[in-house]
Design a protein around this ligand. Structure first.
Ligand code: ZN
Length: 231
């Protein structure tokens, strides 16, 4: 159990480090101004057009690092800064979100699978920990009876969330690859600006990787509680 707490502590530390690094990288590459002078919104519009996508809207959304693609209403949502600014970081994010729109248009299988899991995970993820905990309170540790089954039901719910966080990985890496490939092919950015865009996206992807590992560690922890990893 001790090893486990060290592991969880290490994951929390890495997670904190990666998200801070991401913020500072974005801040840094926000100063690398694009020589073609295009804003994130203009880059997004162009990437969609280049892929023959005409039914997706590019809109501005409040906040920072709130950028996302919404498959339900087919909108590329760019945070205010990314939408209006003209630098290596905003180019990277705008193109990445369009990468998701391209995945959607081409029915990329990992994205389809992820979308199917969204309704399940949105219901189960908030309560799974409480259900496992409740099951343990009801005496799951004895390995028999009602509490045991409640705890296992909670673990299954938690398992969906972990599965979801791992399915997110190919979706995110693929969107970044599509973005970088397009930025390079269409010479939207110079070589130096490209390096900045690439580095920004690399750190963004790492936050998803750390989140997935953290989710798996949490699942293992509660699994050990239920299946008798007590000491
Ligand atoms: Zn993404």
């Amino acid at each position: 159990m001790m090893t486990y707490y060290v592991l969880i502590g290490a994951i929390a530390l890495v997670s904190w480090f990666v998200s801070n690094k991401l913020k500072s990288k974005f801040k840094y590459y926000s100063k690398v101004h694009l020589s073609n002078g295009m804003s994130g919104a203009e880059i997004a519009e162009k990437m969609l057009a280049d892929h023959g996508i005409r039914d997706v809207k590019v809109v501005s959304t409040a906040g920072m690092l709130t950028d996302h693609y919404n498959p339900k209403n087919k909108t590329v949502n760019l945070s205010e800064g990314v939408y209006s600014q003209r630098n290596a970081a905003s180019a990277a994010v705008a193109a990445h979100e369009c990468g998701h729109a391209v995945q959607h248009a081409q029915a990329y299988e990992w994205l389809s699978l992820r979308s199917k899991l969204v309704p399940v995970v949105s219901i189960t993820s908030g309560m799974s920990t409480w259900i496992v905990f409740g099951g343990l309170m009801l005496g799951a540790a004895a390995g028999v009876g009602f509490g045991y089954y409640v705890a296992i039901a909670g673990l299954v719910m938690m398992g969906f969330a972990t599965l979801f966080s791992f399915i997110t990985l190919p979706v995110e890496y693929d969107a970044s690859n599509r973005a970088l490939k397009w930025l390079k092919a269409k010479s939207i950015v110079t070589q130096e600006e490209y390096a900045g865009s690439e580095d920004s996206l690399k750190w963004a992807a790492r936050t998803y990787l750390v989140a997935a590992i953290g989710s798996l560690a949490t699942l293992v922890y509660w699994g050990l509680q239920v299946f008798g990893g007590r000491d």
